[in-house]
Write a protein that binds this ligand. Structure first.
Ligand SMILES: *Cc1c(COP(=O)(O)O)cnc(C)c1O
Length: 390
């Protein structure tokens, strides 16, 4: 087998050559309904005309200058993210892991700048995923992501997802902050109880800790609000974003309050590419669409249809799928059969889904799907269930 691409992935044997809205077309002539969206990335589907225009127009003007100079499109993007979130300030990078890494560094630096350099440890959660860099695999809960890559970066204490007493007990004089996904994505679409997020906020306020939400997967409209934290009624001090932010063009962002970011001064952190003109043009175009009146309301409405329809189907096939959970356009089907069997069967029927932890199959449709796309996808799941139970 040709291994010129390093075999870090077990790949499905297909290559796509063209996309159109929620559909992908493979080079061997097959058509797929893409309810994986490149793992919650292509939120506006493929080849969205506004994204294509934004990218190609910018490509004809200017690609990259570095962050040694002002970048007006990056400034505009930051202004809009600030205007539409809890944050006062934004750092740009190129991926989810980098946005989490920046968040961790910012939280440590905050305490150091506050005269408490001994506060460097983060509390994170069982089932969590925060990326694949050395610090983010240490923050995440997956042992396989750390095995053989030691020594593991020090400073992460894992507790049960949803248990405020365990969190309280884990706080020490060395704790800097708490990091959590409002809905665990890779872990199996496990939504945090809004009450739990409020308890974390209160605990952080009591103890002088920073609260960080990893919204790399949940953010940018995925749960039907621009940010998933809006469901909880409390805001974090720090938040990571990436995946859908550029609609498929790589860009990440660490958003923070002015206070939380007070240690980040010139020379403390950086990125060569972060928020370059091409990436910022794409992300601005994504926001143009997402912030249009009624766009997110429609995501919620369509998301509810996904939930209702999946629940109707699994009612008849509880020996294949036992439950559905999630929010907005982020749904997980907890399987009875191995989740890989459902993913493979759906693929054979022309539907792309994504597996996750806890034997879950993820539905992460682009946010632009219509009733017809949803009925088509759920019809395929119905057909898969019939095949898998026979
Ligand atoms: C995908 C993901 C990451 C990592 O993003 P990359 O772009 O792959 O580095 C981090 N946190 C969460 C919650 C994610 O879903």
């Amino acid at each position: 087998m040709n291994q010129s691409v390093m075999p870090s992935y077990g790949r499905t044997d297909v290559a796509f050559e063209r996309g159109d809205g929620p559909y992908l077309f493979s080079d061997d002539g097959r058509k797929f309904l893409d309810f994986g969206a490149g793992i919650a990335v292509t939120a506006l589907g493929h080849n969205h005309p506004k994204l294509v225009t934004a990218l190609t127009e910018q490509a004809g003007k200017l690609w990259h200058t570095s962050n040694l100079y002002n970048i007006s499109l990056q400034q505009r993007l930051a202004d809009r993210l600030v205007a539409n979130s809890f944050a006062d300030t934004v750092f740009f990078c190129n991926s989810g892991a980098e946005s989490v890494e920046a968040s961790i560094k910012l939280m440590r630096k905050y305490h150091s700048a506050s005269g408490n350099p001994q506060r460097y440890r983060m509390i994170s959660f069982e089932g969590s995923f925060h990326g694949r860099t050395l610090a983010t695999v240490a923050a995440g809960a997956n042992d396989a992501h750390r095995a053989g890559f030691g020594p593991t970066v020090d400073g992460f204490d894992h507790v049960a997802f949803g248990n405020i007493n365990e969190v309280r007990h884990a706080v020490s004089a060395e704790t800097a902050g708490i990091m959590i996904e409002p809905v665990q994505g890779e872990g199996g679409i496990r939504p945090a109880d809004p009450e739990f997020l409020r308890d974390l906020r209160a605990l952080c306020d009591e103890e002088g800790l920073l609260l960080m939400f990893d919204e790399v997967q949940t953010g940018v409209g995925r749960t039907g609000k621009l940010w998933a934290y809006e469901w909880s009624g409390v805001a974090p001090d720090v938040m990571s974003s990436a995946k859908a932010l550029g609609g498929g063009f790589p860009i990440g962002a660490c958003l923070a309050t002015e206070e939380a970011a007070k240690g980040i001064v010139p020379g403390t952190h950086g990125s060569t590419f972060g928020g370059n003109p091409l990436a910022a043009a794409c992300a601005n175009a994504v926001l143009d669409v997402l912030l249009e009146d009624g766009f997110l309301a429609n995501v919620l409405k369509m998301g509810q249809l996904v939930n209702d329809e999946l629940k109707r189907v699994i009612g008849d096939h509880s020996n294949v799928i036992e439950s559905v959970r999630g929010a907005g356009m982020m749904w997980g089907m907890k399987c009875v059969v191995p989740n890989g069997d459902l993913v493979a069967n759906a693929f054979d029927h022309g539907l792309l889904t994504v597996p996750a932890g806890e034997n879950v199959v993820r539905f992460l449709p682009p946010l632009i799907v219509t009733q017809d796309h949803i009925h088509e996808a759920v019809g395929i799941i119905d057909a898969c269930c019939k095949e898998l139970e026979s």
